[in-house]
Design a protein around this ligand. Structure first.
Ligand code: PLP
Length: 623
């Protein structure tokens, strides 16, 4: 536990049981610690091989409940006069089942949806089914978008058009006049408050989104001129996702309240203040203001938001608005785990030291032997430097054709043996090396996982996002290998090599030695937000299977939904191949070989059958 910090990032949802298995816990149901390896056994018995994206519906249910109940509590405790209304931003996970679950679990709280595009609006309009929750429309809206939203407003749906750019105003004014409907209008303010963290470009002067002060005044004047200021009731802002520092959240709310006050003073019948997203997830378990963490709890977030709004508005005697947040990451991150197995290992730390030859003529080999033989804690850094120098020399000599493959192999083995010895010294003498981390990475084994970083963890590749990656079993054994986890794409970027231990980023992940004929499973946790649709088809590795489970209070569980991952034929058709044509071409090639007598008709049939089975198969490694 100390090593993988499961209790830190697991938020009570994930833990380790006495047999050393990672378990998923359902809050307030003590008998529900289900080992993830049991879920894997259940999936495999149902024909679902790894990798699988597991969705634990209870965790989504609980996050929606927590967000709503913590706001309700903060509101009651501080005698705030408004309400809370959450909306889930569809962009964070558009998958139909996820949205279906959010709508179902959110119903008791009237939890709504945020749409940033036409397609997302259509999801919101059809999935909510009944009027009540808010549908917040951000993003650029054309006439078709606006007319559809207005039509739904007539059915009683609370569709709010948030004006992001002045150009949207005339479309909304004209369409609503033409359709005879009074729209619900919001404005998105561009705050100057700047937040720290990964996604901070959404905040500050350089933010691409929202109206600056002059544009806001133009919109207010435009609404007044159209006699529609009475439709403006909603103020929205968004400072960026994953805001690690509560101080930034408070500063943003305070600035937004100033806008709110001004809009009220301009005469708009304001009712809602929408803070956007930003509620962070503690991916590294450090509970700090580091970018993958957050230095506040959900309770603190809610209390701070409520109290800040209350204090600014009370000064002006302005009624408290309904507080809206668009928390995406914090709502869905916990509920999905990518499960995968390790297929193979390339070890680097077990090099065999070649014996020194008496009449060795190669100076590089002689020097490397010397570096090995004279290694002491005092000379460790020097031997390390020499070894790197001679290894690089050997590589150059090989390139120029002056070194044979066998000699190069010998050089590399001595090099790795020196590194292994230096590593042993560095363990007992922490000051022996100036950059001990470098050595750890050099000696790390490569563990090949049956997954694609590009498909399943795109942010790990694109923006160095940290996700907890942990073995799902054997956690009562000490892991003995330092590793880097590579994926199946054979791309040099297709790896996970940033892990967090005790709040520090490490370049290697300690894992267990693989046992022959025994699967070794890892989980990449907290992957429910943003990863699924940002993923791509690099190397044509497609969508993984998705299995949703619901865990009951007695500890039993149901596989409530299984979605088959992409087949090879599916991914080929995404890049415009016709699988039937490919099969036909292949059959013709094989048939020609029969005609020439290269293969028999029976051999041809076996080949064609293999090709057909390949098209139906999973894009990942099949056992
Ligand atoms: N609202 C808007 C307008 C966004 O752009 C985003 C994403 O960046 C969100 C909400 C969701 O943010 P988060 O996932 O941090 O809750």
């Amino acid at each position: 536990e100390a090593l993988y910090k499961v209790n830190g990032w697991g938020a009570g949802y994930f833990g380790i049981n006495s047999s050393g298995n990672i378990v998923v816990n359902v809050p307030n149901a003590p008998n529900t610690a289900i080992p993830l390896v049991d879920l894997i056994d259940g999936m495999r018995a149902r024909g679902k091989e790894m990798p699988v994206l597991l969705r634990v519906q209870n965790l989504l249910e609980n996050q929606i409940k927590l967000i709503n109940e913590e706001f309700a509590k903060a509101i009651a405790d501080s005698n705030y006069q408004g309400q809370y209304r959450g909306v889930f931003p569809i962009k964070v996970n558009q998958q139909a089942q996820v949205i279906e679950d959010i709508v179902r679990f959110g119903k008791p709280y009237s939890h709504g949806l945020e749409a940033g595009s036409k397609a997302e609006l259509m999801i919101a309009l059809s999935m909510l089914r009944e009027p009540g929750p808010l549908i917040v429309c951000n993003g650029y809206k054309d006439r078709e978008f606006v007319e559809l939203g207005l039509g739904m407003l007539k059915l009683g749906f609370k569709v709010i058009f948030v004006i992001e750019t002045p150009a949207e105003l005339p479309i909304i004014v004209e369409s609503s006049k033409a359709m005879g409907i009074r729209p619900m209008i919001g404005v998105r303010a561009k705050l100057f408050s700047h937040v720290s963290g990964h996604w901070n470009l959404t905040s500050g002067d350089k933010s691409m989104f929202g109206l600056n002060a002059a544009q806001l005044v133009d919109v207010i004047d435009g609404l007044k001129a159209a006699e529609m200021l009475d439709c403006l009731q909603f103020l929205h802002y968004h400072l960026g996702s994953q805001i690690p520092n509560i101080r930034d959240i408070r500063t943003g709310v305070r600035e937004a309240c100033r806008y709110y006050v001004e809009l009220v003073e301009e005469g708009a019948p304001m009712q809602y203040l929408d803070l956007g997203g930003g509620l962070a997830v503690d991916y590294d378990g450090s509970r700090s203001s580091a970018i993958h963490s957050r230095n506040y709890s959900l309770e603190e977030y809610c209390v701070d938001v409520v109290e800040t709004i209350q204090s600014v508005l009370d000064e002006k005697n302005i009624p408290h608005p309904t507080i809206v947040t668009e928390s995406g990451r914090a709502t869905v991150a916990y509920s999905s785990v990518l499960l995968f197995d390790i297929l193979d290992v390339t070890g680097f730390s077990d090099a065999q030291m070649p014996a020194r030859r008496e009449n060795e003529e190669n100076a590089m080999i002689q020097n490397l032997h010397y570096a090995y033989e004279t290694l002491t804690p005092k000379t460790a850094q020097e031997s390390f430097n020499d070894a790197v120098y001679y290894r690089d020399e050997a590589r150059d000599a090989f390139m120029r054709g002056h070194l044979s493959l066998r000699t190069r192999s010998e050089v590399e083995q001595i090099f790795m043996s020196i590194m292994a010895e230096v590593a042993k010294i560095a363990e007992s003498h922490p000051d022996a090396l100036s950059e001990p981390e470098l050595l750890k990475t050099m000696l790390a084994d490569i563990y090949y996982g049956n997954f694609s970083v590009f498909q399943s963890l795109p942010d790990a590749w694109a923006i160095d996002q940290i996700f907890p990656v942990v073995p799902l079993h054997r956690l009562n054994e000490r892991p003995t290998r330092n590793t880097i986890v590579a994926d199946m794409t054979c791309d040099s970027d297709g790896k996970i090599d940033r892990f967090v231990e005790d709040g520090e980023i490490q370049r290697v992940l300690p894992l267990h030695e693989i046992k022959l004929n025994e699967p070794y499973y890892l989980g990449a946790f907290l992957v429910g937000a943003y990863q699924e649709t940002l993923g791509d088809l690099h190397n044509l590795l497609g969508d993984t299977h998705v299995v949703s489970v619901y865990i009951h209070e007695d500890g039993s569980f149901d596989f409530v939904n299984e979605v088959e991952g992409d087949s090879v034929a599916d991914v080929l058709s995404y890049v415009e191949y016709q699988p039937q044509n490919l099969l036909a071409h292949f059959r013709e090639t094989a048939e020609r070989a029969v005609r020439k007598g290269t293969i028999t008709p029976a051999e041809r049939q076996r080949l064609v059958n293999m090709f057909e089975a390949g098209l139906r198969g999973y894009t990942y490694y099949e056992q």
